[in-house]
Design a protein around this ligand. Sequence first.
Ligand code: SF4
Ligand code: SF4
Ligand code: FES
Length: 318
Amino acid sequence: MQVTYRIKRFDPEVDKTPRFQDFTLQVGENDSVLDGMIKIREEQDGSLALRCSCRAAICGSCAMRVNGEPRLMCKTRIRDAAPEGLVKVEPMGNLPVVKDLVVDMGPFWQKVRAVKPWLEPPAAKPEREYLAPNEAMREVVGVVACIMCGACVSDCTVWEVDPNFLGPAALAKAYRFVADPRNTDNDERLKSLTEYTGIWDCTHCFYCVQACPKDVAPMERILALRREAIKHGYTDHNGVRHSDSFAQSVKDSGSLNEGRLAVETQGYLNLPALIGLAPVGLRALKAGKMPSPLHHKRPGASQVKRIFNELEKEEKTT
Ligand code: SF4
Ligand code: SF4
Ligand code: FES
């Protein structure tokens, strides 16, 4: 079948801004997007820069945006990605472009290194090997599947506005070690993950879950890290107050009380932070987005409360 590839090109030595270039070619019914890209490079333009290696969804080097979605090119069939015959290929987002479709993975690896991706063994030499229980390792296996492709980072909405954010891949990796029963320094790890750029900065946009070609579900790992951090006593954080206030206001009234959420997230006694909210309040007022100070209970609020109570009871017994 005939398809057109619309590829984003950028050569820092020649181009001031990126541009799109079209290539038309014949591809097989079962060809992957990567098969087509390699054909273009071999038959039409040898200067096209892209990364690939295994062609089997193992090495993690061919992650790019295909028709707007972060994907592994070797795992994506042309016929699925582009039923209309137009394959638009762009480099991954949120990472600097080196040339054409090649991005600088430096910031990605820097974040992974920052979470100390290794096991901290016990201080004293153990008498014999440690046998990890199957049950505990089951949790870890899902994250070990990560191939470090960076697809999750490509569309992370927090990384986009704050490049200091550790990001979904590094945080999933951190969870891999926190959940491993052989690790001995969870307290230290969780403490540092609770700081700015860590687990509480994620906004639950779900993009990383959608993007991951290995079903690592990084956002779920971040939520699990938050639960662990709370269990370890790291609760003095806006993120913890925010989620507690969110849940409590829905429990009390059946819906979110945004005014209360803003104040309780900062803490009632945190006067400088509360004063700092004033400009935000003024902007919200101007835009007609100021929540009403009179928050009313929604019809059926008692049913919502009952669900909360049941869940809390269940949580206590597990
Ligand atoms: S869920 Fe969190 S980590 Fe995942 S993409 Fe969204 S903001 Fe980033
Ligand atoms: S978590 Fe998934 S998307 Fe992110 S780097 Fe690992 S395999 Fe790739
Ligand atoms: S080429 Fe290795 S994952 Fe695609």
